[in-house]
Structure formats: C-alpha cells, structure tokens
Design a binder for this molecule. Structure first.
Ligand SMILES: [Zn+2]
Length: 322
C-alpha cells in the first residue's frame, strides 16, 4: 500500500504519495512563508488531503526540523514552527485527514530514505549526514533507525571537534556543524578571501557575501583559494566521520545536503582523514558516498516511516534484521 511523506522545511511544505518501491506518485508543495503561523496545522492537513486525492493511502508521516518525541508524536522544539510544538500531532492531523499520522525528525527521515531507496539500499548499517545550513545526521544499525531514549539521538552535527573553534548554532563551540556545514564553508571562505585577496574568491568577496555555493563554483573553475576552503572543510568532515566509523562500523556513510554538491572536493579529503584516523577493520569496510536522493530523501524517508493502524510500516517491512 502507498504512504504519504510530508517534509516540513524552512521554505516549503512538500507532501508526496509514495509507492512501496519508493516512487513518488503525486506531490504538492506550499511555500512556508505564505502560511500564516496560526494556519500551519491546517495547511499540513490540507496538503495531505490534496495529495491523497485519487490514491489509495494507508498512513502518513511528517519530517520536522527540530526535537521530536517520536514515542508521543510530539514536536518539543522547532524553530519558526511554534504552532506545531507540544501538541499531539497524530490526533490533530488524524482527525483532519482520516489517516494515522506519525512524526519524525527530518534528518532521521532523510537517513531512512537513503537507507530504503538510495545510497544505503543494499546494506543494513548506514550513517547519513546532511551538509546544509546546519548538519543533520541519522544512524541505522542492524536495519533499525537509532532514535535513543527520547527520539533525540543521531545528532551527529553536534559532536565537538575543536573546543576553541567557531561558535555553533547549539551554543557550543567547534561542533562538526560549526566546521563543515554550508554556513561554515561561507564563513571560512570569507576568512581565506582576506588572506588571498588576488584569488577569484578574494575578488568575489569584495563584490558580495560569499556563500557555500559560490565556493563550489569557484573550485570547479580551479581557484586555489576555493579549493583550499573545501579541502579544509572535507578534512573536518573526515575527522567527524572517522569517529562515527569507529563507533557504528557502518557499511556506508551517505553524505547529502546542498554542500555535498562540492562532491570530491569535500569527499576526497574526508576519505583521507577516515583512512588515517579510523580503525581497521571498520575503515577498510566503509564506503563514503554521496547521497543519491537529493532533496526528495525527506518525503521518501518520511513515507517509508509511516505506519498503518496495526503499527506496521505502510510501505512494507524494512530490511530490518534485528
Ligand atoms: Zn553544535
């Protein structure tokens, strides 16, 4: 049977009907900024009803950026989405849509999407990391999504790598997120631009605020300053990944998010650090790959985590082995 995945982002709400094979059969998108804050729940319900029209569907799951108590289908904290905090979303949305609705953290849902239908579909042990404005993560071990006691587990972006490093959005300093996210690339690019003012990066920094995507473009053009920024970023990423490889012994590390478009510029130095720092046999087994689903990982993963009334995954059993 089909399921609905809903990805609630800073810029849009995307709802999709997904088949058991991971095919998107129908999709609707609403820009978040057009939704008055007190209409958020109704808009989510409307997106579910609209996308469902004409399809057989047996459950839905929301992927929400924030702290989610999966056991209670509650969002405890979601920046800019306060209307959906601290209420039983399964009841509110169930009543309005006639479906069983569950809730997951967005990075965990994306991790599950890659595991079921993307970079990790052939394995049972996968670490997923998404390099965007921040860094999200998700861990699947023995085919089971690691949630921890409250559903807050898998926050791979907030391991401290450098206690005296740049400030992080979480209030700490030197987290992986503060050193290897798209935001961190932009910050480091502005520093390197000052040190190398004659580089293409240095010249661009005089004209505009340099962003992560500018650095990727200049690296493709061969600019040494841009290449240096991405290599440093990749090394920090690799230092973080080496720890995850030692802890979880994954078969695949899938790297997604906007900054993963830098591809080998980031992944090669990351692989080198993992080779140096992670232990054998974990480091010999692991494949560090670019995620394959792109921005669809959220709706696909959420749909694959939707459950029917009897508590089973609507899209069929996972590859679960434990
Ligand atoms: Zn942090």
């Amino acid at each position: 049977m089909n399921a609905i995945g809903v990805d609630i982002g800073g810029t849009k709400i995307a709802a999709a009907v997904v088949s058991p094979e991971g095919k998107v059969l129908n999709e609707v998108r609403y820009p978040t900024q057009a939704i008055p804050p007190n209409r958020l729940i109704e808009t989510i319900a409307q997106a579910i009803r609209e996308v469902k029209e004409g399809f057989e569907v047996d459950g839905a799951c929301l992927a929400v950026p924030g702290f989610v108590l999966t056991t209670e289908n509650k969002v405890i904290f979601a920046p800019n989405l306060h209307e959906i905090e601290n209420i039983h979303l399964d009841e509110e949305l169930g009543r309005r849509t006639g479906l069983r609705v569950t809730v997951e953290n967005d990075a965990n849902a994306a991790a599950w999407g890659e595991f079921r239908f993307g970079a990790g579909q052939a394995v049972d042990h996968q670490v997923f990391i998404t390099l965007g404005t921040g860094i999200g993560g998700g861990v699947i071990t023995h085919g089971v999504l690691l949630r921890g006691a409250q559903g807050a587990g898998g926050e791979l972006g907030h391991v401290t790598l450098d206690p005296t490093g740049p400030p992080c959005s979480c209030g700490n300093h030197g987290c992986l997120e503060a050193l290897a996210s798209g935001t961190a690339i932009g910050r480091r690019a502005r520093e390197v631009a000052n040190e190398m003012p004659r580089s293409a990066l240095g010249r661009l920094a005089i004209e505009k605020q340099v962003l992560g995507e500018d650095v990727t473009r200049l690296a493709h053009e061969g600019d040494k300053a841009a290449l240096r920024v991405l290599e440093e970023t990749g090394r920090w990423l690799g230092i973080g990944l080496a720890g995850f490889v030692n802890i979880f012994n994954p078969e695949v590390v899938a790297v997604g998010g906007g900054a993963s478009r830098a591809g080998a510029f980031i992944l090669e130095p990351a692989r080198k650090e993992v080779d140096i720092r992670a232990r054998s046999p974990s480091r010999d087994l692991v494949k560090i790959r670019k995620a394959t689903l792109g921005p669809e990982s959220g709706v696909l993963g959420a749909a694959a985590l939707a459950r029917s009334e009897d508590g089973e995954y609507v899209l069929g059993p996972s590859k679960q082995v434990a």
